[in-house]
Design a protein around this ligand. Structure first.
Ligand code: ADP
Ligand code: MG
Length: 275
């Protein structure tokens, strides 16, 4: 079951003090895909980081994106989240929402969450407080400072602690967590916003084998409820979670399909494995 997101964006007066145009309406996934990337190009000083990139994501799928260094994987996430503007091409959330018309802030609010490689948690707050802050981030400063958690919100935080495997560390300062635990906490913080699409850039880099395995389980548990895109170098990790793998090379899709098919694709072997 997809949960209908709250897409109302207030015209002004959010915590950052910026004014934003109103965006409303549900994400129309009646044709299957939740995200369309069509012919998107991005140049940096004449160099095409994305070169006519096209692919779609189905609602609720767990997609892995691989490709050699410089293939455009991070730029792809930047362009979906509005951090970088496409020079040309179309980006649609569902059938109706044109992402190229929204600011980075509005794209986040409409339900596209993004995690960078380095964990960014509030180190001087406890794990529980980090989740509470993430949950209330869109309620404005007043509510965040003065409102008590409702019983339902308290339940949500407890459930998330269990989901990300940090119940035992609930009262620890986030700064004292291991690298892997910080990554889980940040994923939990993103999930508190109940994003439609979650973009994760190299989530298991620097993790122990055990942490990597637990991350695989966590990401698999998200499929169905969220659409998840994982950029990752760790091929063992990718084969353990991937349904569909998209291989990027020189800013466009080189191959796409199930892991075993992609792994045996001659072009992929050539460019990705460097043979
Ligand atoms: P990947 O994440 O697949 O390793 P990136 O998307 O980071 O690749 O980069 C794709 C290409 O675009 C690289 O050649 C990179 O040097 C270049 N690039 C990325 N961001 C910028 C930028 N802000 N300015 C100039 N070049 C950039
Ligand atoms: Mg990258």
């Amino acid at each position: 079951m997809m949960h209908a997101p709250d897409l109302s964006i207030t015209p002004s007066g959010d915590a950052t003090g910026m004014a934003h145009a109103a965006v409303s309406g549900a994400i129309d996934i009646s044709h299957g895909p939740i995200l369309y990337v069509e012919g998107v190009s991005v140049s940096f000083d004449g160099f095409k980081a994305l070169n006519d990139l096209s692919f779609t994501l189905d609602a609720g799928e767990l997609r892995c994106v691989i490709g050699p260094n410089g293939a455009g994987k991070t730029t792809m996430m930047d362009v979906i989240t509005g951090k970088t503007r496409a020079d040309s091409g179309r980006l649609f959330l569902g059938q109706t929402i044109d992402l190229t018309q929204l600011t980075e802030y509005e794209i986040a609010r409409i339900g596209i969450g993004r995690k960078f490689q380095k964990p960014t948690v509030f180190e001087n707050h406890t794990v529980t407080e980090n989740l509470e802050l993430a949950m209330k981030a869109d309620k404005g400063v007043w509510a965040t400072l003065f409102n008590r958690l409702s019983a339902a919100q308290h339940e949500q935080v407890q459930a998330m602690l269990a989901r990300i495997g940090l119940r035992e560390r609930a009262d620890s300062l986030a700064g004292l967590l291991s690298h892997g635990q910080k990554q889980w906490l940040e994923i939990g913080m993103l999930l508190m916003q109940d994003p439609q699409i979650l973009l994760l850039d190299e989530p298991v880099a620097g993790m122990t084998d055990e942490e990597t395995e637990r991350t695989a389980e966590l990401l698999q548990s998200l499929a169905g409820r969220h659409t998840v895109v994982v950029v990752e170098h760790d091929m063992g990790f990718v084969s353990s979670i991937a349904r569909t793998v998209t291989v990027l090379h020189e800013g466009r899709v080189l191959a796409e399909g199930p892991m075993d098919k992609v792994q045996n694709d001659e072009r992929v072997i050539e460019v990705y494995l460097g043979r």
